[in-house]
Ligand binder design. Sequence first.
Ligand SMILES: Nc1ncnc2c1ncn2[C@@H]1O[C@H](COP(=O)(O)OP(=O)(O)O)[C@@H](O)[C@H]1O
Ligand SMILES: [Mg+2]
Length: 405
Amino acid sequence: MKVVFLAPSYPPEMQQYTRGLAEVGASVYGVGDQPAASLPASLKQHLTDYLQVPRLLAEDDVVDRVHTWMRGRQVDRVLANWEVMVLAAARLRERFGVPGMSLDAVRGFRDKQLMKDRVAAAGLRVPRSARIRTATDAREAAAKLGYPLVLKPISGAGSADTYRVESDRELEDALGRMHHVAEASLEEFIEGEEFTYDTVCVGGTPVYANVAQYLPKPLIARTNEWISPVIVTVRDLAQPALAAGIKLGDRVLGALGMGDGFTHMEWFRKPSGEVVFGEIGCRPAGAHLVDQMNYTCDIDLFREWARAVCWNAFDAPTKRKYNAAIIFKRAKGQGRISRITGLAEFMRDYGEHVVESKLLPIGAQRRNWKHTLVSDGYILLRHPDWATACKLADIVANHVTMYAE
Ligand SMILES: Nc1ncnc2c1ncn2[C@@H]1O[C@H](COP(=O)(O)OP(=O)(O)O)[C@@H](O)[C@H]1O
Ligand SMILES: [Mg+2]
């Protein structure tokens, strides 16, 4: 099993997927822009060969170089788990004629308008929306759709350049800040709670599924620095309150022609109970959600994903033991972390439920919270009881405080 894996070193969790591939018996041919000599030894040991390309995001160039590099050699899979590389992987699959999702199918997971059109065509509820290329498009669509609306890039990530707009004036403001975005989507603002639906699929059918709740919704967390964003995996997937969302998720996979691998979907539950599609990618969630899923079931999805895509098998138990919560912290003030309050008390009282504590240490330079969801670090904890997991997360969010000077 010879696997070409794009971007094996960055983002950092890609090194775990590389390990997973090697552990299920694949020979991994990595393609990245980092010099081979600077790859960590822990990664290198899992790579059969490595091609350094000048720019990973130069898609045409990467496709040509990888094609030349592997020409004449057997290739069984071309894979990518980083959102910005999934189209390049699909193009390479078509060039080599190896199995996997087609370029057309992957486009449906990358282009937020095409995605919604395909999901809607399957009779599923999506926000009413329009593709926007010019300010005139936006004004016309706003008149048709009615406020409140969300304006966001057609292939965005991490809530970047995403605005809730409630009036013509706010729309003009948002348009003024979006000049660097070539294409956008303007859509009906969906009021309600926001969840993920994450899967590992074989042939479009989940062999592993997970739901997590955002507390609060990412757009709110991304616009208010004082908030500590929390994401909690839901242990009990059989509860009636999630049934419609999971059914929506499974039908979306069918509508978009999912093949093998990870998916990360977001969906809304309105106060009426109606569920609405948000967005989906054919790659794993970032920001440690895969770690949370691993802690939920005590499994290793980095490896089981590899087994699913290489051998169409999944060998880990899917019994769910915990609700796993991650709490991202943002320090008050600028500069270096100077002190952390509330942490010692929390660890004394509840430390047994904490599985990872990765807050920046005293003296470390603060990160830019706009650029990274992980902000100034995180605490990951778990508990079998939903209400207790949420209560503990709430204590970390509101009573553990980091200061910077
Ligand atoms: N139609 C919508 N209604 C309500 N909130 C939305 C809508 N679209 C996006 N959002 C908010 O903005 C966030 C980012 O938008 P999303 O489409 O998920 O893009 P990204 O790829 O940046 O994650 C969402 O998680 C959600 O909180
Ligand atoms: Mg999103």
